[in-house]
Design a protein around this ligand. Structure first.
Ligand code: ZN
Length: 135
């Protein structure tokens, strides 16, 4: 699978502006990018902590994955993302090892990364994202 590090931790929030305020004013981190991912129905904000990022996710629709997550569970940690060499290959490898996938092949995520999710039913409860930078 070739995991090199935790790329980011995805956190579902009710309100991006208010959450950014907390991360900047209380924790002293700096939001370096805000990006909307239209097909995922989210607005994201990024913070760098060492080599790991915090990705805040605000839903733009109650029908989107983050909207559904928040209505069920409320705000909080949504997923953990591992950096791999090749997200498509890592997804295939996981599938071959019997892991249920959310994404059968990688797709474009925030920051232009290739990403794909493993199903929490197969990962002991943690929605797991695999992502790679295009070479
Ligand atoms: Zn993510």
């Amino acid at each position: 699978m070739n995991i090199s590090h935790i790329e980011h931790i995805g956190i579902a929030v009710d309100n991006l502006e208010e959450s950014i305020h907390y991360y900047e004013e209380i924790l002293g981190l700096k939001c370096y990018a805000i990006e909307e991912v239209v097909d995922q129905k989210v607005k994201t904000a990024f913070f760098l902590v060492g080599t790991t990022k915090i990705e805040l996710l605000e839903s733009t629709s109650p029908e989107g994955p983050i909207g559904k997550f928040i209505s069920k569970k409320g705000q909080g940690i949504h997923h953990i993302a591992f950096a791999v060499k090749d997200a498509t290959e890592a997804l295939k490898l996981a599938e071959n090892r019997g892991v249920k996938l959310v994404d059968n092949q990688s797709r474009k995520g925030a920051e232009g990364l290739d990403i794909g999710f493993l199903h929490p039913k197969s990962t002991h409860g943690v929605l797991t994202e695999l992502c790679s930078k295009q070479e």
